[in-house]
Design a protein around this ligand. Structure first.
Ligand SMILES: [Zn+2]
Length: 125
């Protein structure tokens, strides 16, 4: 079994690596190998998720494991055009002023090991 990649490149930019069942029209992230609705494995197609979404909920974490610097913010964002809800860190200079319903965008960052990670920021026009 191949390791599923959470991020892929599309037209020179990173996007979350989802897929979609051609029978049920359900979009999955992380990508599934079998549709959880119709159980077919040969009707799944590549699907590049939107990098923009709406903040569903969030929390500011003040106590955590020693390796994590607190406080930090995490939350769920509903991506546009897919119905996919993504859990990720939120990096915002003023997390106290975040509001459910805020428009968010995904930022991709490559770490020192070459691993591409992602987090959300508030989308500012
Ligand atoms: Zn299906």
């Amino acid at each position: 079994m191949t390791k599923l990649k959470l991020v892929k490149e599309r037209n020179g930019n990173y996007v979350l690596n989802g897929n979609k069942c051609k029978v049920c029209n359900i979009v999955f992230f992380p990508k599934k190998e079998v549709c959880i609705s119709c159980f077919s494995s040969n009707n799944l197609e590549e699907f590049g998720l939107e990098n923009i979404g709406i903040l569903h909920t969030y929390t500011i974490v003040h106590r955590s494991f020693p390796q994590f610097n607190t406080p930090y913010t995490i939350g769920y964002v509903d991506l546009l055009n897919s119905g996919v809800r993504v859990f990720a860190p939120i990096k915002d200079s003023a997390p106290d002023s975040l509001n459910i319903g805020d428009e968010m965008k995904i930022i991709f960052e490559t770490d020192e090991k070459g691993q591409v990670n992602y987090y959300f920021v508030r989308k500012v026009e």
